[in-house]
Each structure stands twice: as C-alpha cells, then as structure tokens.
Design a protein around this ligand. Sequence first.
Ligand code: FES
Length: 107
Amino acid sequence: MPTIHVIQADGSRRELDAPEGASVMQVATGAGMQGIVGECGGSAMCATCHVYVDDAWADRLPAPLATELEMLECTASERLPTSRLSCQIKMTAALDGIVLRLPATQQ
Ligand code: FES
C-alpha cells in the first residue's frame, strides 16, 4: 500500500498508509491527523486541506484543474508554487513515498 509522509509545521512527521484511489485528504482525515480538515468533503470548495508538496514530488502530480486553482487563491496560509488541495491528490502506486508539508496555520 502506498505511503504518505506528512511533515507538520512544527517539524513532526507522520506516515500514513494510503489505499490506491483514495485522496490524500480522505486518508489524513480518516487517520485523525490534525491539520487537514476537509470541510467540504473533497469538492475543492474550502481549502482546509491545503498542503505544500515537496519539490521532488510536485512535478509528478497531474496538473490541477481550474476549480482547484481557483480555490488555491483562498488558502488561509501563503500559497506557494507547490501548493495543492490534498482532496484533489488521488493516491496511486506511483505516489508511494510522497512527502507533503502542512502550512503553519493548519496544526
Ligand atoms: S476538502 Fe475542501 S477543498 Fe479539499
């Protein structure tokens, strides 16, 4: 099963087992992880699932759709070039080991 590595703003780390096809947000909220809320249920309407994708992984993700790009304009924390909505990242075997960082406002 693919693994997600999450680094909180305070530097603490957590590994999550991620079934293929599940979104990162679903995996994180299912594991009770603080910092990813997923208020809208994954429809790219809230930005409470904002993450920074590690540089080494950012180019391996499919490009964001227009709805995701629009919502990334509304993040509580600074938007960076590697910002994504974790509800829009679907786990696949190719993403095994992906590294994500959480914004400081999401703890
Ligand atoms: S869960 Fe709302 S935008 Fe991702």
